[in-house]
Write a protein that binds this ligand. Sequence first.
Ligand SMILES: O=P(O)(O)OC[C@H]1O[C@H](O[C@H]2O[C@H](CO)[C@@H](O)[C@H](O)[C@H]2O)[C@H](O)[C@@H](O)[C@@H]1O
Length: 323
Amino acid sequence: MGYQQNPESFWKSTFDDGGDATKGSYTSWLAKHPSALDNFDEMMKKAKGKDIVVFLDYDGTLSQIVEEPDQAFMTDAMRSAVHEVALCFPTAIISGRRRDKVFQFVQLKNLYYAGSHGMDISTPSGSSKYTGHKHQTITTDEKGNEVVHFRPAQEFLPKIQEIIKALSDMTKGIKGAIVEDNKFCISVHFRQVVLEEDVCILKERVENMMQAYPNFRISSGKKVMEIRPRIDWDKGRALQYLLDTLGFGTSNNVLPMYIGDDKTDEDAFKVIRRIGQGFPIVVSSTPKQTKAAYSLREPTEVMCFLIRLVKWKRSVSSSKSIA
Ligand SMILES: O=P(O)(O)OC[C@H]1O[C@H](O[C@H]2O[C@H](CO)[C@@H](O)[C@H](O)[C@H]2O)[C@H](O)[C@@H](O)[C@@H]1O
């Protein structure tokens, strides 16, 4: 399939799933979103000579989904795979979590981190462009290096703290409910709320309470309600911002790769689709509606894919140096 010659038709045929993917069996869904492992060689033929930039989601992609949000650790093997990938390609993690929390989990310095669904991005000034954008600021880190921050929801911080306080008070009586402070957004978790009735009460209370905050919106994730400022910013915009600031904004040769498992990752898949070149890869072992072109079943498959990517890159580089 020559998507480089005809991006429109490639993306149409690759992504349009008629909206009925959730109804079909896994096998028929897989035919529309083939395994990135099984199709690795074919994908890499398209990637040869391109500037690959890797984007990764965290929860459900680099770590397994677990009951307790604070316990979503990644394995050392996964950490090592991500580290190796980042030695080969510019690599960023774009997560719904607060940025410092993702860094605590990942602990790798050779990556770019975007937290709060992309509303908190920091990049070393040496590798990124400071454009004087109104949401950009520069600080100096402990080693004296300049860091460029992009925080489009900064003005919402006081309101977010007010909402967190109100949500924490309101959910106290609901066993298992957790309110997570993600800095520029908030997660209200109900994975550990056992009674279905309590889940309904929780959702209703949160929805009612948030009516008093029209500048915020609620979206849903995996057994979680996500509350965030109503601004035109999401993981897709964060991906584009990172491509721009890392110097790939006007490149016809860039090939972004995004691996993610949740609804908020769809915004990034859409941006890759719009760019017309790249690999949007969904992590799912069940059929779901998605704009992704490829799929991986679970984090262990993500790790295998990342390891293969590193091997591929090294083999391409060594054959170039021999020639
Ligand atoms: O964008 P992500 O990095 O995928 O973050 C999305 C949310 O992930 C976390 O919640 C999810 O994972 C938890 C740990 O496995 C699980 O307990 C929870 O049910 C899931 O929804 C995180 O806690 C949220 O703040 C993120 O927004």
